[in-house]
Design a protein around this ligand. Structure first.
Ligand code: APR
Ligand code: PHB
Length: 391
């Protein structure tokens, strides 16, 4: 078998890349370790920057997003028992974000790929990128007990944080930067109306909380919890009671509770691999970098990476030029590090760090107060939250 680009991983990064390459006339095959149902069962974040919305439109997978996505022109910061609105729209000269679940993005991209009859091999076992440092890369895998091999021009490693692509690169060829935070997020999804029209990011002495949403009738809430907690430790009633304690009186009063459709704990981590290209293999999305979810940047970075990659490969095939390929890593990393900085900053500002003591807590409160009263500081938050421009 032969194709131009083998994409490893059918998460949002791999699926979006597949669409963008197809639109540019570049053949591709996607290999995914899990089943389609398993991929769609994962509940993830849900805030899209305009850059991601535009790429989904370019990919021809935005019909439902346009119909059902919720444009948000502001967010609320809750601290000292009061909510303060950050007017994203006016602070950025008219920009906003779109609230639409990553699971739905994945579903739409899968459907668009199926409609075009493009090949995705689900439940591909022992996927192995090979010979990517030379001119003739290959990818070997097993399907239904048989070993298969695909010859290709390029390999796109879109296989997430635990994938095989980054793991196949010799350690001395890359540098990794990592920061782990001493807490996790316990998430709960429920068919209840959101407590507020806009997202609420809450900083309290009991820990951080986030009120998000998927639609007018489906909510997504998060609580900062110790890393030692397990989802089984938290009954639905305990979750709702703790969330209520972290809200202001008006929101606590309005909160509608209901049974959890899903409950899970995710650790918070910052991670970057440099570079993002190794010969003829590119890393994109979570395979190359992780951000803590506080800044809502994970999916958006995956989208901008594959936007750059599709552009680089189009230039290669159309103009017979290596320029895009050679600048891919630096271009991505420049945007990645800015999103890493913003996500780290939002995380540091909003969470409770018990081991840091009272001085740290007072400085956080001062910064929050400064933030919502200074136009310059609010504008910097808004500019980053809606997403920096592609260059
Ligand atoms: N072989 C084939 N597929 C693999 C392998 C492997 N060895 N390892 C992992 N995969 C698949 C996973 O099963 C998954 O479906 O790669 C896919 C990676 O998808 P994601 O983890 O969703 O990563 P990405 O597409 O980069 O999306 C980034 O997801 O985690 C969130 O916050 C993150 O929003 C961001 C987005
Ligand atoms: C979500 O809706 O899941 C969500 C929203 C905003 C974030 C993180 C997660 O910052």
């Amino acid at each position: 078998m032969r194709t131009q680009v083998v994409i490893i991983g059918a998460g949002p990064a791999g699926l979006l890349l597949g669409q963008l390459l197809h639109k540019a006339g570049i053949d591709n095959i996607i290999l995914e370790r899990c089943s389609a149902a398993y991929v769609l069962g994962r509940i993830r974040a849900g805030v899209l920057e305009q850059v991601a919305v535009d790429l989904l439109a370019e990919a021809g997978a935005d019909a439902r997003l346009r119909a059902e996505g919720l444009p948000h022109e502001g967010i609320e910061l809750l601290f000292g028992g009061k909510r303060h609105r950050i007017d994203l729209h006016s602070l950025t000269g008219g920009k906003c974000v779109t609230v639409y679940g990553q699971t739905e993005v994945t579903r739409d991209l899968m459907q668009a790929r199926a409609d075009l009859g493009l090949t995705t091999v689900y439940e591909a076992v022992n996927v192995q990128p090979m010979d990517f440092e030379g001119e003739h890369p290959r990818v070997r895998y097993e399907k239904d007990g048989e070993v298969q091999e695909i010859a290709c021009d390029f390999i796109a490693g879109c296989d997430g944080f635990h994938g095989v692509c980054r793991a196949s690169v010799p350690k001395d060829r890359m540098r990794c930067f990592e920061k782990r935070y001493p807490f996790g997020w316990l998430g709960l999804l429920s068919d209840t109306p959101p407590v507020s029209e806009e997202l609420i990011y809450a900083h309290t002495e009991r820990g951080f909380a986030l009120c998000s949403q998927r639609s007018q009738t489906r909510s997504r809430y998060y609580l900062q919890v110790p890393l030692t907690d397990k989802p089984e430790d938290w009954s639905d009633a305990a979750f709702w009671a703790e969330l209520r304690r972290r809200l202001d009186p008006e929101a606590a009063e309005r909160l509608v509770t209901g049974p959890a459709l899903e409950k899970s704990i995710a650790p918070l981590r910052s991670f970057v691999t440099e570079p993002m290209r190794f010969g003829r293999m590119f890393l994109a999305g979570d395979a190359a970098h992780i951000v803590p979810p506080t800044g809502a940047k994970g999916l958006n970075l995956a989208a901008s990476d594959v936007g750059y990659l599709a552009q680089a490969l189009s230039v290669y095939y159309q103009d017979k030029s290596d320029e895009g390929i050679e600048t891919y890593s630096a271009k991505c990393l420049s945007r990645v590090w800015k999103a890493e900085r913003f996500s780290w900053w939002m995380t540091s500002l909003l969470h409770h760090f018990p081991e840091e003591g009272g001085f740290h807590a007072r400085v956080q409160e001062a910064e929050l107060d400064y933030m919502v009263h200074s136009l310059t500081a609010s504008a910097a938050l808004a500019e980053n939250y809606v997403g920096l421009a592609l260059h």
